[in-house]
Design a protein around this ligand. Sequence first.
Ligand code: ZN
Length: 101
Amino acid sequence: MKRVYLAANLMDAQIAVDVLAIQGIKTHIFNANAVGAVGELAAIQMWPEVWVDEDSDSEQARQLLQQLHATSSHGSKTCPHCGEENPENFLSCWNCNQALI
Ligand SMILES: [Zn+2]
């Protein structure tokens, strides 16, 4: 296993995992349950980490995540299910959790 991404929050980590899953890359999130415990440890140690199961997937995963962040502009898209605005790079609606694609 290799760490490919250090996310700022759990939602960010979940987006990364969703993008990689679409490409068939198996991942795990570590520290997912530790976010609420910031205070006793340095905050950066508590950030969710995305790891690929297969080391051989790590290069592709990093490239995909770079693309994801390179293309995430300030645009938004409207959820076809509930009509809420979502950031352009979201794969599922923050409000109703339906797929935005
Ligand atoms: Zn929605």
